[in-house]
Design a protein around this ligand. Structure first.
Ligand code: UDX
Ligand code: ADP
Length: 469
């Protein structure tokens, strides 16, 4: 198989955009074209002042270096498919909202439509790489569609190459990945295709970090990795509830158990709950797969990770209400952070959405501030979370502010929902001066120096700390 010289990526989102921009940067001899149906998104990727559609530290630099050289963004999907030797499919795969498997199974309509497009317009052999997180055996469905619809003399080899980047650290994760996983059929053609993709990564990833496995192992490994990571967070969050009830301190517990090299220190940070586009979706996929395979105990086991996450969010809201003398009706709550984690503008499955929804149901008045999330996104997320409440009613109760200080002014309580660095560094004396008294802080991210804030006069509640003052 000749070396790949032209790559196309279908889907210019959080995965396809950064991943293929880094491939272009690291492989100047390969032409990379990232395509999307969404004209606004492509225009933003092409914007002269680099106002890119996603916020990701370091991404602008990568695009600045490669765009126009060997990196192109376009809505001309058919042309890009025709030109490419290798096509990444990086479209969205949200959880189904209706029909069979609603609430659990992945909605594969975007993967299917992209695959059908490839089959329809391709006039030469292609390596088609499944990059979106998908349920196991999606590659097989893609193969069936491609083979049933292709022209004669047009070969398709399917690979699975799941992305393990985390938002907020995507560029460093891509520059220096723990591993790159490539799944293929174990046939001579499948292995040749796998080698062609391995050669692309070999431009910057040490060869011992590129793992080549079977197609189904690769697909399952992606779900398994996310389920295991999310499970650690639900485990530590379950322990945080015990800490609060007993007087133990979750930071100390996490530190102590993380010293055991078999457990390790990472991903043991108690929080108001995990969010993001992957964890919940992938676990639900695993649950759905297990149920389909008639493995109900396995399904229940993994589902508990998501149930614990919902519990953690509810528990936090209840703490806020209980602490504010059992009612927040008419009180002003300042929510600091709306993204699902720091260093991203992404709000998919953000715990902040659930918190704000719960506060609004308790008839509180909510101020929201996030350094990166667009106002329209916050309104859209709240409308989606509360479909039966008219937008005008939501807007009466919610005020989006453009600074943390403004957000906290005249509030009774501050709730830290995202671990943005700037929240640690704000002038808490000034915040205190502007708030109604007693002034409460609820730290859902183990972010602030609680002792220091108490010294200023705040009543501080931190997740997983027993000494509730
Ligand atoms: C995750 C995986 O880490 C990544 O490998 C995969 O490719 C996609 O899914 P991402 O969702 O971008 O990445 O972010 P991640 O850093 O994993 O955080 C997920 C959520 O868990 C966030 O809401 C974060 O705040 C929360 N979290 C993370 C904790 O609450 N505690 C922790 O210790 C770590
Ligand atoms: P992810 O986080 O998985 O990257 P995103 O939603 O950020 O998901 O990005 C997926 C992108 O894929 C969106 O910009 C969407 O417009 C694009 N997309 C979906 N279906 C198609 C398709 N058939 N052809 C081209 N682009 C598509």
């Amino acid at each position: 198989m000749p070396a790949v010289s032209k790559v196309c990526c279908i889907g210019a989102g959080y995965v396809g955009g950064p991943t293929c921009a880094v491939i272009a940067l690291k492989c100047p001899h390969v032409q990379v074209t990232i395509v999307d149906l969404n004209q606004d998104r492509i225009d933003a990727w092409n914007s002269p002042d680099y106002k890119l559609p996603i916020y990701e530290p370091g991404l602008k630099d990568v695009v600045r270096q490669a765009r126009g050289r060997n990196l192109f963004f376009s809505t001309n999907i058919d042309q890009a498919i025709q030109d490419a030797d290798l096509i990444f499919v990086s479209v969205n795969t949200p959880t189904k909202k209706s029909g069979v498997g609603a609430g659990f199974a992945a909605d594969l309509k975007y993967v299917e439509s992209a695959t059908r497009r490839i089959a329809k317009v391709a006039t030469s052999n292609k390596i088609v790489v499944e990059k979106s997180t998908v349920p196991c055996r999606t590659a097989e469905s893609m193969r069936t569609i491609l083979e049933a619809n292709s022209r004669p003399n047009c070969r398709f080899d399917i690979l699975s190459n799941p992305e393990f980047l985390a938002e907020g650290t995507a560029i460093s994760d891509l520059f220096n990945p723990d591993r790159v996983l490539i799944g293929s059929l174990q046939t001579p053609d499948g292995i040749a295709a796998s080698n062609a993709l391995r050669d692309i990564y070999a431009n910057w990833v040490p060869t011992d970090r590129v793992l080549t496995v079977g197609l189904w192992s690769s697909e399952l490994s992606k779900l398994a990795a996310n389920a295991m990571l999310a499970q650690r967070i639900s485990s530590i969050n379950a322990l945080s509830a015990i800490c609060e009830a007993t007087g133990a301190n979750i930071d100390e517990v996490a530190h102590a158990i993380g010293y055991d090299s078999r457990i390790g220190p990472k991903f043991l940070r108690a929080s108001v709950g995990f969010g993001g586009s992957c964890f919940q979706k992938d676990i639900l996929n695993l649950v759905y797969l297990s149920r389909s395979l008639h493995l109900p105990e396995v399904a229940d086991y993994w589902e508990q990770v998501v149930i614990m996450n919902e519990y953690q969010k509810r528990r936090f809201t209840k703490t806020v209400v209980d602490t504010l003398f059992n009612t927040i009706t008419g009180k002003h709550i300042a929510v600091l952070g709306f993204a699902f984690k720091a260093d991203t503008g992404d709000t998919r499955e953000s715990p902040a959405i659930t918190l704000v929804k719960d506060f609004l149901q308790e008839k509180a008045l909510v101020n929201i501030y996030d350094p990166q999330v667009e106002r329209e996104q916050i309104w859209a997320d709240l409308a989606e979370a509360m479909p039966s409440v008219p937008s005008s009613d939501i807007q009466k109760q919610v005020h989006i502010t453009s600074s943390a200080l403004e957000c906290c002014r005249n509030a009774e309580a501050v709730v830290i929902a995202t671990e943005w660095r700037e929240f640690r560094e704000i002038d808490w004396e000034l915040v205190y001066a502007g708030m109604n008294k007693p002034a409460f802080v609820f730290d859902g991210r183990l972010l602030v120096d609680a002792q220091k804030l108490r010294g200023i006069g705040f009543q501080v509640t931190v997740i997983g700390r027993g000494e509730r003052l």
